[in-house]
Structure formats: structure tokens, C-alpha cells
Design a protein around this ligand. Structure first.
Ligand code: BQF
Length: 286
């Protein structure tokens, strides 16, 4: 059984970004800039935003944090996004989700210029992904594919099952798995809470992606012998972070598996930096 070390791969990606930035900056190019918007005081979101600021700093990316009170109006947020769209020192704009009640996240995401949408949530970028055009890809699904690449686990011609159909993970992941190439070309099934006999569908998976949002949901009887299992779940429980996969029950059955913590989570941050790097390269012409 291969334990897929997302923390290690994320560190590799982060040093690659750091080296690319340092190289260009030493030649006089301005540093990349990422604006991070946090509305309200959700404790998990505060941790995520701090993680992202720290990762930027380490990579030589300037982070511009904007912390707004929970009772901010949509107008204030939209005005800030409009100003960041116009700001040439900002290559990426990240709106930390979820937003407090009363704020329409779809409307706010639509206001971010698609060329600065490093989270890949703008409908332009979602459409581009579905058409196979270049654009920003949502960081968590991109991180899953990056792990397959770096561990050389091609899913071409295999059965991939994605459990969960969210806009942020399940849907874009299913699109990525259908792209052409060694780390695409999968036969993809997307299942969810209304799927009859979910266990039976999961058991057909050569590659199983768990993005349900329910701790230890995937049990041993839902996993095929020798499958690759990618656990996208981040659940906060009494005994710390916990994935959507019952790791202890499943680990002896699989050929490779990601742990939680230290699997897909760290890759999410790494891919954010990679997207910001790509935006900066494009905008500075390097
Ligand atoms: C790890 C996120 C749900 C909703 C909004 C490392 C992160 C998590 C886990 C992290 C996540 C989840 C982020 C680990 C960012 C991933 O060691 O396992 C890093 O910071 N994430 C987010 O920004 O918004 C979310 C999950």
C-alpha cells in the first residue's frame, strides 16, 4: 500500500513556485500579488486564510488580505472586488467561502475578473474546463490530479467514481477525469446521496474520490481490492481532522490512499500558489 504524502508533494510544488518567482524577481520583474478576501469570523475560514497568507509569504507572493465584518453589505464587497480587478499589482483574487448569510456568493464570484479568478469558481472558468479550454481550475480537484501525476497513478481507461457533486470539488473533478491524457481518460461516475446502492457503485471504482463531507463515510465494503482512494473530506471532529474515508478499515485493501490530514488538503494551498504563478506569468508576459 502506497501512502500518498500530500504534504510532501505540496512542499515540492511550493518550492517550484518559490524558485520561479525568485528567478524572475531577481531580473527585476515585480512580485506576484494575491488578494485574499475574508468576510466575517468563521473560525475555519480564518485558519484557511492564515494558511494561504503564510504560503504566499514563503513563496515570495505578496498577499493583500482584506478582512471585512460579517454584516458587510454586498455593495461594499462588490466595490472592493471591482477595485482589485483594476489593481495591476493584484494577479489573483480569492474570496474565501462560505460567505455570511445574506451575501450571494454566486453574484460576488461573478464580479471577479476571470483572468484573476485563481480559485477557478467564475462561470467563465467553469465553462472553459467543461469545454477543454485553458483557464483556472478549482484548486482542490486540481490537487487531486496533481497527486495522481506525481505518484504516477494514471487513470486512463479506468473506472473513476466521484462521490459528491459539489461545484467546488465533485463537478470539476469529474470534468478533469474526463479530459484527454494519461491522468484523464477515465470512465467517470458521479454519485451522491440519492444514488441507489452506492456501495455497489463504489466497489466498481479503480479510482475512488470521496468528497461527501461526512466523516468515515467510505467503509471497506465500498472499496475494490487494489483501488486508488483519494479522500477529499475535511471534517472537524472531537479527535481532530477526519476524512470521508474510514482510513483504518480501508487501508489494507487499497493500492494507494491519501491520509487526512496531510493528503489533498495541503495540495489545495499548493495549487492556489500555482494558479497565482500562472496568472502573474501571463499578466507580466514572462
Ligand atoms: C491537511 C476548505 C471546506 C470549505 C472551505 C491542509 C487545508 C486543510 C487540510 C486547507 C479548505 C480545505 C480550504 C490540510 C483550504 C483545505 O493537512 O489535511 C490544508 O487549508 N484547506 C479552504 O480554504 O476552504 C474550505 C474546506
Amino acid at each position: 500500500m502506497v501512502l500518498i504524502d500530500g504534504k510532501k508533494i505540496a512542499q515540492q510544488v511550493r518550492s517550484e513556485v518559490r524558485e520561479a518567482v525568485a528567478c524572475a524577481v531577481s531580473k527585476g520583474v515585480r512580485a506576484p500579488g494575491l488578494a485574499v478576501l475574508l468576510v466575517g469570523d468563521d473560525p475555519a475560514s480564518q485558519v484557511y486564510v492564515r494558511n494561504k497568507e503564510k504560503a504566499c509569504q514563503e513563496a515570495g507572493i505578496v498577499s493583500f488580505a482584506h478582512r471585512l465584518p460579517a454584516d458587510s453589505t454586498e455593495g461594499v464587497l462588490l466595490d472592493l472586488i471591482a477595485a482589485l480587478n483594476e489593481d495591476d499589482s493584484v494577479d489573483g483574487i480569492l474570496l474565501q467561502l462560505p460567505l455570511p448569510k445574506g451575501l450571494d456568493s454566486q453574484k460576488c464570484l461573478l464580479a471577479i475578473h476571470p483572468e484573476k479568478d485563481v480559485d477557478g469558481f467564475h462561470p467563465d472558468n467553469v465553462g472553459r474546463l467543461s469545454l477543454g479550454l485553458p483557464g483556472f481550475v478549482s484548486c482542490t480537484p486540481a490537487g487531486c490530479i496533481e497527486l495522481l501525476k506525481r505518484y504516477n497513478l494514471p487513470c486512463q481507461g479506468k473506472n473513476a467514481v466521484v462521490v459528491g457533486r459539489s461545484n467546488i470539488v465533485g463537478k470539476p473533478l469529474a470534468m478533469l477525469l474526463q479530459r484527454r491524457g494519461a491522468f484523464g481518460d477515465a470512465t467517470v461516475t458521479v454519485c451522491h446521496s440519492r444514488t441507489p446502492d452506492l456501495a455497489e457503485v463504489c466497489r466498481r471504482a479503480d479510482f475512488l474520490f470521496a468528497a461527501i463531507g461526512s466523516p468515515k463515510f467510505i467503509k471497506a465494503d465500498m472499496v475494490k481490492e487494489g483501488a486508488v482512494v483519494i479522500d477529499v473530506g475535511i471534517n472537524r471532529t472531537e479527535d481532530g481532522l477526519c476524512g470521508d474515508v474510514d482510513f483504518e478499515a480501508v487501508k489494507d485493501k487499497v493500492s494507494a490512499i491519501t491520509p487526512v490530514p496531510g493528503g489533498v488538503g495541503p495540495m489545495t494551498i499548493a495549487m492556489l500558489l500555482q494558479n497565482t504563478l500562472a496568472s502573474w506569468k501571463r499578466r507580466t508576459g514572462i
